[in-house]
Design a protein around this ligand. Structure first.
Ligand SMILES: [Zn+2]
Length: 299
């Protein structure tokens, strides 16, 4: 197996890094992966992930709720309810931030096309890119939308988009610097990137430690905080303009974390901790389980 070992910090290139702890892959393989942290900039990343040719099989499990449309089980039911609320919130966020009624949007990592469909219905011209061919087929069946494979990113014209969105996608992207370079290139001068990712400095991340479900190794390669997100933006000539908490994610992640720990009453305990995290995020966005970041190109 080919594993990717980072001898330097992928963000600041410091050679001074340390192991935080090891996380078990509860979703697919049962294997254990180390979580590392840079002593220089604080960037947190998964060490020893399988390379692009091999990571595919770590996405294969019937439980993968992000790509599932069955209504079985309480977690799935909740997921579908939250998805419809979040879709409405995402569409209104794009309109509010751009002050555009319609514009050009690229959704990168579009999954089965729910958000792309919502934006199209709202009158936007949407291009959607998705790595998984199974998800692309499903998007076509569900919404009649033609999603493009990931190679299509490099073919997108310079300055084309008003908005690029990544909803829980950036933590999966192996060529991170290369991706940010394309992001800068394809956005127009007043364009924005909206990036939602788990927050490994959140209330629930601190509470669950190595059992925090959103470490999700080896699928999640990078584990962001507000501080490291601002540094990545700066490295690629963007400014971090705004942040918004994502309060619902903490409920789901906490329930999953309790389940991974094998606790009794996992759902109830998870809901309670999700609630505490939600309260904590009221006056401190940095406590939120996931965060939506808004980036603008530096002029
Ligand atoms: Zn670093």
């Amino acid at each position: 197996m080919n594993r990717i070992i980072h001898k330097e910090c992928p963000l600041c290139n410091s050679t001074s890094t340390k192991k935080r702890f090891a996380c078990k892959d509860h979703f697919a393989s049962g294997e254990t992966f180390d979580i590392y942290e840079c002593n220089g900039c604080g960037f947190v990343f998964t060490q020893g992930v399988p390379d692009e040719a091999e990571i595919g099989r770590y996405y294969e499990s019937p439980d993968y709720v992000s790509h599932s449309n069955t209504d079985k089980g309480m977690l799935n039911k909740l997921f579908h309810l939250v998805r419809s609320i979040m879709l409405r919130r995402k569409v209104s966020l794009v309109k509010k931030l751009t002050l555009l009624r319609n514009g050009k949007l690229l959704d990168y990592g579009a999954g089965t096309g729910y958000f792309a469909d919502s934006m199209q219905r709202a009158g936007w011209r949407v291009t959607a890119i998705e790595k998984s061919s199974a998800a692309r087929e499903q998007a076509k069946e569900l919404f009649g939308i033609e999603l493009l494979p990931e190679e299509a990113l490099a073919a997108q014209p310079d300055g084309k988009y008003n908005v690029v969105t990544l909803w829980h996608v950036m933590e999966h992207i192996q060529q991170l610097d290369n991706f940010w370079q394309h992001l800068y290139r394809i956005l127009d001068d007043s364009g924005i990137a909206i990036v939602a990712v788990p927050n490994c400095a959140s209330y629930d991340a601190e509470f669950y430690g190595e059992h925090w479900a959103a470490y999700d190794t080896p699928r999640h390669l990078w584990h962001f905080t507000s501080s490291t997100m601002a540094k990545i933006a700066d490295k690629h000539n963007f400014i971090l303009e705004r942040r918004y908490p994502m309060p619902f994610d903490g409920f789901y992640i906490s329930m999953l974390s309790e389940r991974y720990k094998g606790r009794k009453l996992a759902t109830l305990r998870g809901l309670w901790n999700g609630f505490l995290g939600w309260i904590a995020s009221f006056d401190k966005c940095g406590a939120s389980s996931s965060i939506i970041y808004v980036f603008r190109k530096r002029r």
